[in-house]
Design a protein around this ligand. Structure first.
Ligand code: FUL
Ligand code: CA
Length: 689
């Protein structure tokens, strides 16, 4: 309640302060739910760093279980200034750190826990990561935010009402000792604690502690109220993305609005709760040496930039600090590459100072390169036609549009067409704009763009900008047949394609790709295309293959209506899946496979369903190997795939030691949505080295 009043009041203040800008016309009235001044500042940050760091960094886990010894936390060379400098150099505006993840370990010496840096060997128990990082952020002019998981698998009082007070005190400690906190990141995950009980969280209490000590902090959670989760951890907001959301009657975690709603917001939603895209630069949230060669490529990161910042959302990019206590060079190099491309793309706004006509009125505020000056349609006209006159024929391939959000989010659809000398040719048709919308399209040459807007109230625009982004060569595409034959294709005319098999970055001197080659054992293929004697090149593309499954046969498996599709569980295609019949919540599932011959295996992989429906995904399992298909050796017991529901990517699990085996068996002990779906396997594989 309080919250709405506050934002309305701020809306009025904003109107007054920008009045002079539009002195010649009546200032447009605000529409719908409005952002608070803090939310507007938050939105302008755009891009910032997430850091996952803690015991999991040292144990190859995504979710610790709280039983890890604090002795494992021992970074050899922790340097928070290196993190801040990296973020700054990357063009980021802030850092949010996992002060406490689900394992309960506190990165500061909390009074309310006995599972903290104080109990670790790092700095002889005298260290405080939050102190180091908050100071480093101040030094580099970055804002500082914290992630604090209420789910705590270590705290003895977790699962009792007393824990809510302890969590509130813990929160207070973090919010009062390290200066300004711009964003408080609340995780909706709620699992069992050390006594096997789940906690009923007192969210109103937790929020009130934040409001009391950090009144300017934006509170992030599934449902805000400051900013909302975008519904996935893979890096994209909806093409339609309203910053407004209806949250009455909804809660956190399981009680949150559907992920598809979080992804696109609610048109005319009651509250202003803009989206934040959280995604990791590596497959997992925590550092592991296993992912050193799986850092996202430049093209992947650039894609994420366009589907987050370019779709009215903020981008919170996770860069997990490594075991040394520093950001790994591969990750920081990639961040600098991204910054270079983003800078080069948005260096010159070709629309700056150019004429925009709305019907017949000029609107210089839209091309002055200043967000805070805007043009608003007069009266109640919900439709407007804007013509941007570039004067001369100009090459461009990016269009950036911004609504003036202090007055609300209004535009519900727009169409862009360009003048080809004779007529207007349709370019794009899209839905929402919001704070910032960036559209990418193949280069055109034109002197005029026409933008037709349809809005829920008279549209109000801050900026129209156009750019010519440097074009990159298409990345090659790597494929492998079930028999293990790798081919690399490219669209670019007559390129030189090179590749590596040892994890290194391909260059002009690497192996030259001329024809398909065999890679039965699997491994990592990295490829790159070059033209003009290496002067122009594509981004690197990475493909990861397990042992070829050509000789595999099912030995036995759980009952399935889709018996004939069982080969989909190992057809070399991570998108096709096999599903066993639902066995109820107490059911155990299995699939046992004959690999055709005995070999030495180092680990296995599991690819879950990844088509938006996680039903049937294995969350807990045992894994067995055998030499004769009868006597099984259980080598992994009661293991969990941490966070697989939110982040349904291929899981790679290494065995404690290599095993001789011809047969493998996965036994699922729990699957997601067990009452409706049976176990689903998109792909199972083994790793041989
Ligand atoms: C999720 C957590 O469960 C993950 O481990 C990670 O911290 C991610 C950012 O949020 O809910
Ligand atoms: Ca402007």
């Amino acid at each position: 309640m309080n919250y709405i009043k506050k934002s309305l009041a701020l809306g009025v203040i904003t109107l007054i302060t920008t009045w002079h800008v539009n002195a010649q016309q009546a200032a447009p009235a605000p529409y719908g739910a409005l952002p608070s001044a803090d939310q507007v500042l938050w939105q302008k940050l755009g891009y910032y760093m997430f850091i996952h760091f803690g015991p999991n960094t040292f144990t190859d886990k995504e979710w610790g279980d709280g039983k890890e010894s604090p002795m494992v936390f021992n970074p050899t060379d922790l340097d928070a200034r290196q993190w801040a400098k990296t973020a700054k150099d990357a063009g980021m505006k802030a850092i949010i750190i996992t002060a406490k993840h689900h394992d309960g370990f506190c990165l500061w010496p909390s009074k309310y826990s006995t599972h903290t840096v104080r109990e670790s060997p790092w700095k002889g128990g005298k260290g405080d990561v939050l102190k180091d990082l908050s100071e480093a952020c101040r030094e580099y002019g970055l804002k500082f935010g914290v992630y604090l998981s209420p789910w705590d698998q270590n705290h003895p009082s977790y699962g009792t009402p007393e824990y809510n007070d302890i969590f509130a005190k813990t929160l207070e400690e973090v919010l009062t000792n390290y200066g300004d906190i711009y964003e408080m990141w609340f995780d909706g995950a709620n699992g069992e604690g050390p006594n096997g009980k789940k906690q009923v969280y007192d969210w109103p209490l937790f929020r009130s502690v934040v409001y009391k000590h950090q009144p300017h902090a934006v509170i992030f959670s599934d449902i805000g109220p400051g900013a909302r989760w975008i519904g996935n951890e893979s890096g994209f907001a909806g093409e339609t993305n309203w910053s407004t959301l209806n949250t009455d009657g909804f809660g956190m975690g399981k009680d949150a609005p559907k992920q598809a709603i979080l992804n696109s917001g609610d048109e005319n939603g009651k509250y202003w709760i803009p989206g934040e895209v959280d995604v990791s630069i590596r497959p997992g949230w925590f550092y592991s040496p296993d992912t050193d060669d799986k850092v996202k490529t430049l093209s992947q990161l650039l894609g994420i930039y366009y589907t987050s910042v370019g779709r009215n959302a903020n981008l919170l990019l996770n860069v997990p600090v490594s075991r040394t206590g520093k950001i790994h060079p591969t990750d920081s190099t990639r961040l600098m590459e991204l910054r270079a491309v983003v800078d080069a793309t948005f260096k010159t706004n070709l629309a700056k100072g150019k004429t925009v006509l709305i019907n017949t009125t000029r609107a210089p505020q839209i091309t002055d390169d200043n967000y805070d000056t805007y043009w608003g349609a007069e009266g109640n006209a919900k439709k407007a036609v804007l013509t941007l006159d570039l004067g001369t024929k100009t090459k461009l391939n990016r269009l950036l549009l911004q609504e003036y959000i202090p007055l609300g989010q209004r535009v519900r659809s727009f169409e862009v067409a360009y003048w080809n000398g004779q007529k207007y040719v349709a370019l794009v048709k899209q839905s929402t704009i919001g704070y910032k919308r960036i559209l990418a399209f193949p280069t055109i040459a034109t002197n005029k763009l026409r933008i037709t807007l349809e809005a829920n109230a008279a549209p109000v625009l801050s900026e129209i900008q156009v750019y010519l982004a440097p074009e990159m060569l298409d990345v090659p595409v790597i494929n492998r047949t079930k028999e293990g034959i790798v081919s690399i294709k490219t669209n670019s005319p007559d390129p030189i394609v090179t590749y590596t098999l040892d994890g290194s970055e391909p260059n002009m001197k690497s192996m030259r790709y001329n024809q398909p080659f065999e890679l039965k054992k699997g491994g990592t293929v990295k490829a790159k295309a070059f033209i003009n004697n290496g002067k122009d090149f594509s981004d690197v593309v990475i493909a990861d293959f397990d042992l070829s499954t050509a000789d595999w046969k099912v030995l036995h498996a759980s009952e399935s209506k889709k018996e004939s599709q069982i080969n989909r569980a190992f057809d070399g295609n991570g998108r096709t899946s096999w599903e066993a019949n639902p066995a109820g919540s107490t059911g155990i599932y299995e699939i046992a496979i004959d690999m055709g011959k005995e070999m030495e295996i180092a680990g296995f992989t599991y690819t879950p369903a990844n088509n938006g429906n996680t039903g049937g995904t294995v969350t807990k399992y045992n894994f067995y190997v055998s030499r004769n298909g009868k006597d099984w050796d259980r080598i992994l017991t009661d293991k969990v795939f941490g966070n697989i529901n939110n982040n349904p990517v291929k899981q790679q699990v290494m065995f404690p030691s290599k095993k001789q085996a011809r047969f493998i068996k996965l036994e699922a002990l729990a699957v997601i949505g067990a009452d409706q779906s049976g176990m689903k396997i998109n792909e199972i594989g083994v790793i041989v080295m």
